[in-house]
Every structure is written in C-alpha cells, then in structure tokens.
Design a protein around this ligand. Structure first.
Ligand SMILES: Nc1ncnc2c1ncn2[C@@H]1O[C@H](COP(=O)(O)OP(=O)(O)OP(=O)(O)O)[C@@H](O)[C@H]1O
Ligand SMILES: [Mg+2]
Length: 355
C-alpha cells in the first residue's frame, strides 16, 4: 500500500509562494527529514499535510485515499495523522495518562486494555512515573514525550514532527532522539521530521529533503545529499566544505571528469552528462590534504583553526580566490597558525550540476 504521496502541492500567502510544486512519495515506514533555511516553507509543508492549511494546488494522498485537492479537503482531525509540533498543545485539563489514551478512549477501547497500552507507551518514552501529572506540571521535553507517546498508542501510519527538540538542551535532545528512533522502530509508522540539525537529520533519516525558497531542491539518502548535492544551495547548506570555481577540461565520462583547480589538475566526481567548461566544485574537508613535496597542488592561507580534541578543523582561503573558503580536518597534534601559507592537494570532489 502506498504511503504518503504529494503531487504538485502549492500554497501562497498573498503573492508569496510558501510551498511550490512539492512532489514526492513517502513509503510506509520511511523516515524523511526536512532541512532548509528559516522561512523556506518547511512548517507550511507540514501544515498542508496535517490539514491545518488548505493547498492552492496539487494533491495529497495517504494510503491511496485523497486527503486534499483544490476541490477537496479532509479536515485535520479526520486524517489520522500523528503530530508532534513544537507548540502543539496537549489538553491542559487532562492528566498525562488521559492525554495519551484519549485517542483510544474516542475509539471505544475498554479501560483495562487502554491502561495497559498507555502505561507501555509512557514507559517507552521514559515517563512511567508521570501518568497523573497535568501538562502544566511538565518541562518542555517531557511534554514532547507525552506527544510522542500519544502517537505511539494511536498507531498512526504517519507522524509529522516539526522541530520537536529545538528548544531542548543537548543532553535532552540526545535522549529524545533515541525516543524518536524508538517510536519509528516500534510503530512502523512513516515519519516526516523537520529539523535545523543536520547531524540529527543525517543520523536518523532514510532520506533527507532539502528545501530552498518553497521548493524541494533535492530529496535523497543522506550520503547522496552529502556527496552529490544537486544544487549549489544544497552543497552550501549541507555539511562543511567549500564551493570553488573550476574549469572542467574534458566532458565527464563514467561519472568522473578532469578539472583544473587554481592551476592544479585533479579528477573529480560528476554527473554522467557533465560538459566541459566553467563549473563549481564542492570540496568537503576529507577531500583536501597537505600536499607532499612535488605533488600537484594549489596555495591557500590558513584563516582560522579550531582545536577539537582529537582533531583540528582548519579554514583556508585559496590564494587565487580570496572570496572562497575551504575546510579541512587535521590530526589534533598538527601545528598550523592563522596566516600561514600551505600547499593543498585535492583527492576528491563533486562538480555541482549547473542549474
Ligand atoms: N499564516 C501566514 N501568513 C502569511 N505568511 C506566512 C504565514 N505562515 C508562513 N508564512 C510565510 O511563508 C514562508 C514559509 O514559512 P514557514 O513557516 O513554512 O517556514 P519554515 O521553513 O518553517 O521556517 P522556520 O525554520 O523559521 O520555522 C515564510 O516566508 C513565512 O513568512
Ligand atoms: Mg517552521
């Protein structure tokens, strides 16, 4: 059975297109993370799927059922979608246990079965001792756990999460990430998860969608987003590294092409149809190293170093291109100082497809 399917989905606020032509499928049980700059349309996309907003164009199907088209709108409460938003209210007058069990109560499930499921759900999000509290007596992180537990007992096949961990401290984030991974595993539900945290998206998701000004710029597994960004925006937004101009000296063949990078020859990865000519090269930290004597290289100046325990993160400015910034990682004992000139060689890279 098909999971969630969006086709040509669009939403404008006045003249401003908040979401444009969103078209993708989310398989049953899949975990999709949505990344993108503030204001790019992530929350609007989720609100459209949840049914809190009406789309101007396109369709939404869930499990083969039409939820939304310009002529048709199933209201949020009848979509059977679990929701964990940063500010999505729990019912303040109900205890934690009743908040979690309410969807089961509505379905007419008997008391003892309901109590058993609620207890199991609270246990699995680490709130076993909190059943009788009111939401006002919980911390932000605990409230998010109650919302997760409610999704667990509902057994919904799709859960939407909008930055549920954004306001929490690092330690709490880590434990709630575990709770979310757990929810995903136990429920078999598909998850659509908005986050600002790339590491979180990369670690948790099967695929990542990167949004740029209302459009989905790329949707792919984390390693593909990182290694083969489809646009300059995705290359800059995801992962550390730099974008530098290169000359492609011969058209790509079998996914590789020779380039001239500031006079230094190299062979890098590219799309099958990469033509020769000017292009942008995405260079990740692991693609650079200090050149050995006599090796083809280009010159750069160390801008800053950050000691990170076992390693040092180094920012470098190519001498031939003072506006560009590159990043590389060196062992923790390396001694490089700001202002120092170094010879770099490049071992890999990805030619960003021309828009
Ligand atoms: N109710 C509204 N009325 C008018 N404009 C809106 C409304 N809601 C959102 N917008 C605009 O639509 C665009 C997308 O907003 P949205 O909330 O989807 O962004 P976002 O990607 O979730 O951002 P953030 O990361 O800051 O949460 C923004 O330019 C925003 O100002
Ligand atoms: Mg948002």
């Amino acid at each position: 059975m098909a999971g969630l399917s969006l086709a040509g989905l669009g939403k404008r606020y006045g003249a401003h297109p908040a979401v444009e032509n969103a078209t993708f499928e989310l398989a049953t049980g899949e975990f999709l993370a949505v990344l993108g700059a503030s204001g790019c349309g992530k929350t609007t996309l989720l609100r459209l799927i949840a049914g809190f907003e009406r789309a101007d164009s396109g369709t939404i199907h869930l499990g083969g059922t039409l939820l939304s088209s310009p002529a048709h709108h199933i209201p949020a409460e009848r979509r059977g979608i679990g929701i964990v938003f940063q500010n999505y209210a729990l019912w303040p007058h109900m205890s934690v246990a009743r908040n979690v069990g309410y969807p089961l109560e509505v379905r007419g499930m008997g008391r003892s079965e309901r109590d058993r499921r609620v207890a199991a759900a609270l246990e699995s999000v680490g709130l076993a001792g909190f059943a009788e509290r009111r939401p006002a007596e919980l911390s932000g992180g605990q409230r998010q756990r109650v919302a997760l537990a409610r999704c667990l007992v509902m057994g919904t096949k799709l859960v939407l999460l909008d930055e549920p961990l954004a306001s929490l401290d690092l330690h709490l984030r880590a434990s709630l990430q575990d709770a979310i991974a757990d929810l995903h595993r136990k429920s078999g539900a598909a998850l659509l998860y908005i986050t600002h945290d790339q590491a979180e998206a990369m670690a948790l998701a099967d695929r990542v969608a990167v949004m740029d000004a209302g459009r989905i710029a790329q949707i792919a597994p984390p390693a593909v987003i990182y290694r083969e960004p489809a646009t300059e925006m995705v290359a800059r937004f995801v992962g550390r590294g730099g974008i530098v101009p290169v000359q492609v000296t011969r058209a790509g063949e079998k996914g590789r092409a020779p380039v001239d990078l500031f006079g230094c020859p190299a062979v890098v990865r590219c799309r099958a149809d990469q033509p020769a000519g000017a292009a942008l090269l995405c260079v990740r930290p692991e693609d650079l190293r200090l050149a050995a004597r006599g090796e083809p290289s280009f010159e750069a100046v160390v801008k800053r170093t950050h000691y990170q325990g076992g390693s040092v993160a180094v920012e470098l400015v190519p001498t031939a291109r003072p506006g560009a910034l590159l990043a590389m990682t060196l062992p923790g004992h390396s001694v490089l100082a700001a202002g120092q000139r170094v010879a770099l060689s490049i071992t890999d890279g990805w030619i960003v497809p021309a828009g």
